[in-house]
Design a protein around this ligand. Structure first.
Ligand code: NAP
Length: 262
């Protein structure tokens, strides 16, 4: 990486989708980037992002493991991280008992374990410096029990809650924590999660660039959370007042295999 003249942002899951758009936002706001994902496509994303005129380092690492997170942290080479955009995540469709347990566990390890380990490490140095911004990509899925995406919704519920908890712990430290809660967004997420035969997989979705802009702006303002898109704001408000049994049944309608058009 060239000489450190700009603040540094780490963006995880930046090879595609919301993460790539978050990385573009950070670059356009003058951050150098350290980006990470598990597949070689992260190098293609790095090339695209370098065209925005900032320094970009890319790390290929499995962020569901502490070793993968350590590899990402080593790539900072001691440089201070001003913004951490913890976005990497994955979904998994089908009924819980019909899922491969190792795949289900990978969802937990990526969305929760790897994410909180990274935040634990970076957050400590931010707190010591009394400066830093953390953005966590949660989801409106965290507001409802996710029939046929039970593990995924559970992980997002964890992140939504965790985000507000550490935000409160860090008040008055100069470190802000913001939770971006998107609704269904046009990315590779649904294909990767094997949800393309479902109503939510086939339905209309938000633009990933819009979602990233809203999330990045909220992070820069130090807001607690932001739900992207007015339909999602209404849906999450309604989900908060409906009984869990009702929202679980509603989720079945969106995510049950075969719920989409054949
Ligand atoms: N799309 C939606 O409707 C939606 C809605 C709400 C929240 N979200 C959240 O938004 C975030 C981004 O998802 P997306 O929609 O942009 O999907 P996406 O296009 O599939 O992007 C997911 C990113 O996470 C990376 N990733 C996944 N597992 C990883 C691992 N173990 N180690 C390292 N990187 C990993 C992927 O890289 P590799 O391909 O290299 O693994 C990719 O860069 C996720 O946290 C997701 O839960 C999405």
């Amino acid at each position: 990486m060239a000489q450190a003249i700009r603040p540094l942002a780490i963006v995880t899951g930046a090879s595609t989708g919301i993460g790539l758009e978050l990385a573009k936002e950070a670059a356009n706001h003058g951050y150098d980037l350290l980006i990470a994902a598990d597949e070689p496509a992260i190098e293609t994303a790095a090339t695209e992002l370098r065209a925005l005129g900032v320094n970009v380092d890319a790390v290929q690492a499995d962020l569901s493991t502490t070793e993968g997170v350590d590899k990402l942290l080593a790539a900072t080479r001691g440089r201070e991280v001003e913004a951490l955009l913890a976005n990497a995540g994955r979904g998994l469709g089908k009924g819980f008992l019909d899922e491969d347990f190792n795949e289900a566990r990978k969802v937990v390890d990526t969305n929760i374990t790897g994410t909180i380990y990274l935040i634990h490490k970076v957050g400590q140095s931010m707190r010591a410096r009394r400066a830093g911004k953390i953005l966590i990509t949660g989801s409106i899925a965290g507001f409802m029990p996710g029939s046929f995406q039970a593990i995924y919704n559970g992980t997002k519920s964890f992140l939504n809650s965790f985000s507000f908890a550490i935000r409160d712990e860090l008040k008055d430290t100069g470190v802000t924590v913001t939770c971006l809660m998107p609704g269904p967004t046009e990315t590779e997420f649904f294909e990767r999660a094997d949800l393309m035969d479902t109503s939510v997989g086939q339905g209309k979705k938000d633009d990933a660039g819009m979602v990233a802009r809203v999330g990045f702006e909220a992070m820069m303002k130090g807001e607690g959370d932001v739900v992207s898109g007015w339909k999602n704001k209404i849906q999450s408000a309604v989900a908060n007042v409906l009984p869990a049994g009702v929202t679980a049944a509603l989720h079945r309608g969106m995510a049950e295999p075969g719920s989409g058009k054949q």
